[in-house]
Design a protein around this ligand. Structure first.
Ligand code: NAP
Length: 361
């Protein structure tokens, strides 16, 4: 059996952190050996932390003791599910201390030297990592995944690349778990729709341009797409619904667009990465799908469901997309990024270096 790589989680006690623990329980390449969270949690056994997510609590992490967010004892590879209020500085400190940080937080996403990745969409952007290390003189590094709604929106646009998407009108109906725990107060959420999520629309209007951009010698050249976004919070536990209208530069019949969604795959599927879904986008025929209750856990929460594709009287076509915000939109996204880095050799340097430095102590 191949030796697994030791990994850690920053923010292991939160909603996304718990999904990391769940997804790492039986991971063939990575072994969870270290967890960290705020000073409120540090020193406690993981078993003492209340479990907040639908997948059952795995027992393998019960006896791990929660550390402070300090790199000294952390393994070479750490996943970050830290609150954005602290993620920026903490992740930089870990990268400086030689750790490769695979982050969910927004703080470093738009840094021109930090890869913002969806492995099916822009795996080549991982090459920014070596420029980043050189420019910042870090032994480690930072790789990020996008905002959760941005993941689903961008996967749909990437499948439409042959028809050159130009303009996008997007409205989201976002689940409560997207706000972490405890998140939105029950009296605000139940029987209600809140037409504002701080910072969300700006992320959806900017992050896809970097993700769909072209890697050049001077960095990423953003895609020339204009996106107009509106975000709402709805009383759904898990699953962000994204309603999109898209203007295509090259007209296409509805059947051609549907075929583009259904046939779209990428490097994770070619490489058979452990967390990759067989089909990243799954089209469902029924008029009343996708629905969070019925579709959110498709392929372990890693496949995104699309439905209701039709002509749009304003743009070319419109459709509805649904994805699991804390799996494909967060912990699963980061895990897939780490698997891509490992499979393409980007991890090797960190792991080898750390092993050597341990030997030389
Ligand atoms: P959460 O449930 O609020 O968890 C936040 C985590 O950060 C907890 O482990 C918490 O530890 C830790 N933390 C908070 N303040 C800290 C401090 N001062 N020092 C050290 N650790 C601290 O949030 P979440 O939903 O899991 O989100 C985690 C990150 O992922 C955020 O940056 C979020 O924006 C991003 N994200 C979330 C989603 C989603 O759908 N939820 C999707 C994509 C990205 P304690 O438990 O000890 O307080």
């Amino acid at each position: 059996m191949v030796e697994r790589i030791d990994v850690g989680i920053l923010g292991a006690t939160g909603v996304v952190g718990q999904h990391f623990v769940s997804l790492l329980a039986e991971h063939p390449w990575f072994r969870l050996t270290w967890i960290a969270a705020s000073d409120r949690s540090a020193g406690r056994r993981y078993a003492e932390i209340p479990w907040r997510i639908v997948p059952p609590r795995p027992t393998f992490a019960d006896d791990l003791v929660i550390s402070r967010v300090e790199p000294d004892a952390a393994p070479s590879l750490v996943f970050s599910a830290l609150d954005a209020a602290v993620a920026g500085e903490a992740e930089t400190a870990f990268a400086r201390a030689g750790r490769l940080v695979i982050s969910n937080a927004r703080n470093h996403r738009m840094d021109p030297l930090v890869p913002l990745l969806i492995p099916e969409v822009n795996p080549d952007h991982l090459k920014l990592l070596s420029q980043q290390r050189h420019a910042y003189e870090w032994d480690g590094g930072i790789i990020t995944n996008p905002n959760c709604s941005t993941v689903f929106l961008t996967m749909a646009l990437a499948a439409l690349r042959p028809f050159r998407p130009q303009r996008v009108l997007v409205t989201t109906l976002q689940a409560l778990s997207g706000a972490g725990y405890p998140g939105v107060p029950a009296l605000d959420a139940v029987g209600n729709v809140i037409p504002f999520i701080a910072g969300e629309e700006q992320k959806m209007e900017t992050e896809p341009l970097k993700l769909l951009g072209t890697l050049t010698e001077d960095g990423i050249e953003n895609a020339g797409i204009i996106i107009s976004a509106q975000a709402t919070r709805v009383p759904v536990a898990d699953g962000h619904t994204v309603a999109m209208s898209v203007l295509l530069g090259q007209d296409a019949a509805v059947q051609e667009i549907r075929a583009a969604f259904e046939s779209w795959t990428g490097v994770p599927q070619q490489l058979g990465l452990p967390t990759a879904p067989a089909r990243p986008l799954v089209y469902v025929d029924a008029d009343d799908r996708p629905q969070p209750k019925l579709d959110v856990m498709r392929d372990g929460g890693m496949a995104v469901t699309i439905g209701r594709l039709r002509r749009c009287p304003l743009f070319t076509c419109k459709f509805v997309v649904l994805g699991h915000n804390t799996i494909r939109g967060a912990a699963g996204a980061a895990l897939l990024n780490a698997e891509l880095a490992h499979a393409t050799g980007a991890l090797k340097r960190d792991v080898v270096q750390r092993k050597q430095s341990k030997l030389s102590v």
